[in-house]
Design a protein around this ligand. Structure first.
Ligand SMILES: *Cc1c(COP(=O)(O)O)cnc(C)c1O
Length: 375
C-alpha cells in the first residue's frame, strides 16, 4: 500500500516474463504503434506521448530541457517534496525560478499564480511548472485552474508532473490545455519501474524549436521522429512494453471513468476510516489525492506504527518524507488496488494500534466507516 512501485497484476507480470524481442523488429513496431494509441487514450490527447527508459524524474527533466532556455523565467509551485524537485531541476539548468510556495500539506493557491502571471505584462514568464498530485503530502493541486490562468497569460507553457494523478483522476491534457504531462510506469500504470512518459502539445513543440538547454539522451525531438515510425531512438525496456500493452488494455476494459471513481471511493473510504479512528488527515479533506492519503497521527510515532503493521500483517505503508519522517504515514491506493486491499489495510492499522495500545478508539470503527463508503 505504497504509492509506487504499486502492485502489478499477475497477467501483466506474465506478459513481461518472456524472452525479449529485437527493438527494430516489425513485431516490436506493432507493439509501439498499439501502445502509442493506448497512451493517447489514457492522456485524453491527440498529441504524441513519448516513452523514455527511465524513472518519472527523467520525464520531468525532459519536459524542462526540451521547452526552455538558459535564463528563462519560470514559476514553480512547491508544496511538497516533488514540487521542490521541480525547483531543483529548473535551477540545475540555470532557469530563473520564482517559487510559489505553500506549507507541506496545503494545496497550491491558484490565485498566487494568477497574480504573478497578471503582473508579467512583458510576458517574460516562459513556463508554469507544478505537481498535480503531491505524493509526499497526499494533496491534489488545482491544475485545471492554474492552467486557465496560464492560458490567459498567453505565452507561458503549463508543465505538469502527473505521476500520481494520471490513471487515478481526470487529467484531460487537451481539454485543460496542458503543454507537458510527465508520468512514470510504477504508479498508475500498474507496471514495474523503468518507463516514463512525456506528452507534448503543439505549443510545447514550438518552444522546443527555440530551447537551447543541453540534451542528448532526453532530446524529445529524437523520440518524436522515431515515434512517427513506431520506434524509439535507443533500446527501450522491451519487456516493460509487453507489460504496458497488457496493463493499458486492462485499464481500457475498466474504462477511464470507472478507474477515476474507484480511486475516488478508495480515497473517501480511507479518509472516513482515519477520521473515525481520530487520526488526523495531513491534507485538507477537500484536497485529498486520489492516489494517496497522508495521516498525521499526533503523538503516535508513525514509523513505529508502520514497522508494526509490516511485521504483523505484511502490509507496507509509506512513511513521511524529509522532515515528516516519524510524523506522518501514508496509505497508497493507486493503481491495482481493490476494496479488499483498502479494508485490510484499515483493519491492520486498527489492530496494530490496539496491540501497541496507542489508540483509544475501538478496533472496527475505521473498517465500519470505510464500509459505509464502499457500500
Ligand atoms: C514517484 C513520483 C515521481 C517520480 O519519481 P521517480 O523516482 O523518478 O520515478 C515524480 N513525481 C511524483 C509526484 C511522484 O509521486
Amino acid at each position: 500500500m505504497i504509492p509506487g512501485p504499486t502492485p502489478v497484476p499477475e497477467t501483466v507480470l506474465r506478459a513481461i516474463g518472456r524472452h525479449p524481442i529485437g527493438h527494430r523488429s516489425s513485431e516490436f513496431q506493432g507493439l509501439v504503434k498499439r501502445t502509442s494509441e493506448q497512451l493517447r487514450w489514457l492522456h485524453q490527447t491527440t498529441n504524441d506521448v513519448l516513452v523514455i527508459t527511465g524513472s518519472g524524474t527523467a520525464a520531468m527533466e525532459a519536459g524542462i530541457i526540451n521547452t526552455l532556455s538558459k535564463g528563462d523565467k519560470v514559476l514553480c509551485g512547491a508544496n511538497g517534496k516533488f514540487g521542490e524537485r521541480w525547483v531543483k531541476v529548473a535551477k540545475a539548468y540555470g532557469l530563473e525560478v520564482t517559487v510559489i510556495k505553500e506549507e507541506w500539506g496545503k494545496p497550491l493557491d491558484p490565485n498566487k499564480f494568477k497574480i504573478e502571471l497578471e503582473a508579467d505584462t512583458k510576458k517574460e514568464i516562459r513556463a508554469v511548472i507544478l505537481t498535480h498530485s503531491e505524493t509526499s503530502t497526499g494533496v491534489i493541486n488545482d491544475l485545471k485552474s492554474i492552467s486557465e490562468h496560464v492560458q490567459l497569460h498567453g505565452n507561458a507553457l503549463t508543465i505538469a508532473d502527473c505521476v500520481t494523478s494520471l490513471g487515478a483522476c481526470n487529467v484531460p491534457m487537451d481539454e485543460w490545455k496542458l503543454d507537458v504531462v510527465a508520468s512514470g510506469s510504477q504508479k498508475g500504470y500498474m507496471i514495474p519501474p523503468g518507463l516514463s512518459f512525456v506528452a507534448m502539445s503543439d505549443k510545447a513543440w514550438k518552444a522546443y524549436e527555440r530551447s537551447n538547454l543541453p540534451k542528448f539522451y532526453l532530446d524529445l525531438g529524437l523520440y518524436k521522429s522515431t515515434c512517427l515510425k513506431n520506434s524509439n531512438p535507443f533500446t527501450p525496456a522491451v519487456n516493460l512494453y509487453f507489460g504496458l500493452e497488457k496493463s493499458l488494455s486492462i485499464m481500457e476494459s475498466e474504462g477511464l471513468l470507472n478507474i477515476f471513481k474507484r480511486h475516488s471511493r478508495h480515497k473517501d473510504a480511507v479518509q472516513a476510516a482515519m477520521k473515525a479512528m481520530k487520526l488526523p488527515l495531513f491534507a485538507p479533506e477537500t484536497h485529498g489525492s486520489p492516489s494517496i492519503t497522508a495521516v498525521a497521527p499526533n503523538s503516535i510515532n508513525a514509523e513505529e506504527l508502520r514497522k508494526a503493521v509490516l511485521k504483523n500483517f505484511d502490509i507496507l505503508l509509506a512513511g513521511g518524507q524529509d522532515h515528516l519522517k516519524g510524523k506522518v504515514f501514508r496509505i497508497g491506493h493507486l493503481g491495482f488496488v481493490n476494496d479488499r486491499d483498502i479494508l485490510m489495510a484499515i483493519a491492520a492499522i486498527e489492530a496494530t494500534l490496539k496491540s501497541l495500545t496507542l489508540n483509544e478508539a475501538m478496533p472496527g470503527i475505521g473498517v465500519a466507516a470505510a464500509t459505509e463508503i464502499l457500500a
